[in-house]
Unconditional design. Structure first.
Length: 372
């Protein structure tokens, strides 16, 4: 068993170092990447702590204990503010979110350091440590604390994912899948630890290597996260998510500077003339600059006056263009997928899905029916 655990921990350390090197080598690191460096360092310290415990390296084990003992109090907020840093631009971002690290600081000063001092001294110096250990199951408290943050992170993620359609004409699901995998993987690891803790409480389950079960799941999660994160066009940073922070919709945003019909005609004329919808990377910002209107006002006009998201609005133009090109002799040599790409769709799946939603049939069926 020791050899297996030793092998798993060494693999975990190597995987962690690969990811850290990938993150550290990025030039002009953004706040999300800086937060991830701190998160991966935290994981590395946890793995090293268990490695030291496995090989009875007492001094090293006690050194890493200072961070490992309260790692769930710092790891959970790191995940949450990482997600916030991707979508919400703020000045002094870290300072404004430092409140999330107060529990870790209190735990470090009030429990971890005193406990370590007690371990190193005989008799105990801090008498409140044994009292806490007897009256509170700290493992359960840590797991529940982490799970609350996981819930908040997932809730924020799905809310923002839904609202992205108001700002982007193309949503790359691969970028979103990385974030979803990240949140679900970490949630799974903590769920495993929580189950083990509950088994100890209610069924008396207790083995000396139960902590290694959790760390093994953590290393598996690291492999999944590292593989998916390093595939990002910008390492661990979905590029389009940083272009614009998500804004709350409000019926009061739009002030009447032009009549609805005038503005609608202006938007439609711009799109028909310049055909910006053919650009797969068209965003609300680009179109708002074209018509000399702020993003907020354009978003409010589309959502409140036209009752449509920016995503659906632009894709409706792309579908109309695709219909024409499917029947055009000029595009006879194009594949159906190629026509989709030429109309601004980044993937075959998104083209077919949106086309069928708009017309009720697939692009190939549409072409066959009209040709006949």
């Amino acid at each position: 068993m020791k050899l297996i655990l030793d092998f798993i921990l060494i693999i975990g350390i190597l995987l962690n170092l690969i990811v850290l090197i990938g993150l550290i080598r990025v030039k002009n690191k953004k706040i999300p990447q800086q937060i991830l460096i701190a998160f991966w360092l935290l994981i590395l310290i946890n793995i090293l702590h268990f490695y030291a415990a496995l090989h009875n390296l007492r001094s090293f084990n006690r050194t890493t204990f200072l961070i490992e003992d309260g790692s769930r109090f710092i790891g959970a907020p790191l995940i949450y503010i990482y997600l916030k840093s991707l979508f919400f631009k703020q000045t002094n971002f870290i300072k404004k979110n430092s409140i999330h690290f107060i529990p870790f600081t209190l735990y470090l000063l009030g429990y971890t350091i005193p406990r370590l001092i007690n371990i190193l001294n005989e008799p105990d110096i801090f008498n409140h440590i044994p009292i806490i250990n007897q009256s509170i199951n700290l493992a359960l408290v840590k797991d529940l604390y982490f799970m609350v943050y996981c819930f908040l992170s997932l809730k924020l993620f799905y809310r923002i994912k839904k609202n992205m359609k108001h700002h982007y004409s193309t949503i790359n699901e691969k970028d979103f899948s990385w974030l979803e995998i990240f949140l679900l993987s970490i949630s799974t690891v903590i769920s495993v630890d929580l189950i083990i803790t509950l088994l100890e409480i209610f069924f008396g389950y207790n083995v000396t290597w139960d902590g290694f079960i959790t760390i093994t799941f953590l290393i598996i999660a690291m492999f999944i996260l590292g593989y998916n994160g390093l595939k990002q066009s910008t390492i661990f940073l979905p590029y389009f998510l940083l272009e614009k922070q998500t804004e709350k919709r409000s019926h009061k945003i739009l002030k009447v500077i032009e009549s609805s019909e005038t503005l609608k005609m202006k938007i439609e004329n711009t799109l028909k003339t310049e055909k910006d919808y053919l650009n797969p990377d068209l965003t609300l910002r680009v179109l708002s600059e074209k018509i000399s209107l702020s993003e907020r006002k354009l978003s409010a006009f589309l959502n409140n006056e036209m009752q449509i998201s920016f995503y659906n609005f632009i894709n409706s133009y792309r579908i109309e263009e695709a219909k024409k090109r499917l029947l055009s002799s000029e595009y006879k040599k194009y594949t159906i997928e190629g026509i989709g790409h030429s109309c601004g769709f980044k993937s075959r799946s998104s083209f077919f899905k949106i086309f069928k939603k708009e017309t009720g049939v697939s692009p190939s069926k549409y072409k066959q029916t009209l040709v006949k």
